[in-house]
Design a binder for this molecule. Structure first.
Ligand SMILES: Nc1ncnc2c1ncn2[C@@H]1O[C@H](COP(=O)(O)OP(=O)(O)OP(=O)(O)O)[C@@H](O)[C@H]1O
Ligand SMILES: [Mg+2]
Length: 176
C-alpha cells in the first residue's frame, strides 16, 4: 500500500510551515485534494504552500469564485501556476469542473500542464483533472482548539518518502 504521512500541527504557523515543506515536492500537473470540515485549515495550508512556491501574491480564500490562479516557482526555478480551487459550491450544486474552468478562462492554463491544482472540497468533483492525486485530510479534535491532524494519502502520486523524512525532521516522528 502507498505510504501515508501524518503530521499533527499546533497553530496556524505550523500548518503553513507544513504546506511550505511540501512545496518542493510538487510539480505542475499534480492535483492536491484537501478534505476536512469548515475551518479545518485547508486555506491556511494552501497559504503555506504558496509561500513555499514563492507565489507572486499571498493566497486568499477563493470562496466567491470557483478558482484563482497565482504565479509560482516550482523546484528548480521553473515558473508555473497554482490554481487554487474552492469546489464547495460545485460539490453542493453539481456541475463540471472543466466547464467551470472554461467559463473562468483558465482552461488553457490548465491544459498547458503548467499548473498545480489545489482543490478545497474537491473530493468527488476534481479527480478528473489529474491522474496524480494527493489527498490531504484535515481533522480536528473539538477539545483541542489549535491542533490539527493532517494526513497525506497518495493516489497515482509519487512516493512520499522524501517528504515524510523532511516532515519528521521538522515536526518529529509522524503520528500513527
Ligand atoms: N493548527 C491549525 N492549523 C490551521 N488552522 C488553525 C489551527 N489551529 C487553529 N486554526 C484556526 O482554524 C481556522 C482555519 O481556517 P481555514 O480558512 O484555513 O480553514 P478551511 O479548511 O479553509 O475552511 P473552509 O472550509 O471554510 O474554507 C483559522 O481560524 C485558524 O486560526
Ligand atoms: Mg478554505
Amino acid at each position: 500500500m502507498a505510504e501515508e504521512v501524518k503530521v499533527k500541527t499546533c497553530g496556524v504557523r505550523e500548518t503553513k510551515k507544513l504546506g511550505a515543506i511540501l512545496a518542493p515536492f510538487l510539480s505542475p500537473g499534480d492535483l492536491l485534494i484537501l478534505r476536512g470540515p469548515l475551518g479545518a485549515g485547508k486555506t491556511t495550508f494552501t497559504q503555506g504552500l504558496g509561500e513555499g512556491l514563492e507565489a507572486e501574491r499571498p493566497i486568499i480564500s477563493p470562496t466567491f469564485t470557483l478558482a484563482r490562479e497565482v504565479k509560482v516557482k516550482f523546484k528548480g526555478g521553473r515558473e508555473g501556476l497554482l490554481i487554487h480551487v474552492d469546489a464547495w459550491r460545485l460539490k453542493a450544486q453539481g456541475g463540471d469542473i472543466f466547464e467551470e474552468f472554461e467559463a473562468l478562462g483558465i482552461e488553457d492554463d490548465f491544459e498547458g500542464n503548467s499548473a498545480l491544482v489545489v482543490a478545497e472540497w474537491g473530493d468527488g468533483v476534481a479527480e478528473a483533472l489529474s491522474d496524480r492525486i494527493l489527498y490531504v485530510d484535515f481533522a480536528r479534535d473539538p477539545e483541542k482548539e489549535s491542533e490539527r491532524l493532517i494526513s497525506f494519502t497518495p493516489k497515482g502520486f509519487r512516493a512520499l518518502g522524501d517528504f515524510k523524512k523532511k516532515a519528521e525532521e521538522v515536526f518529529g516522528n509522524s503520528v500513527d
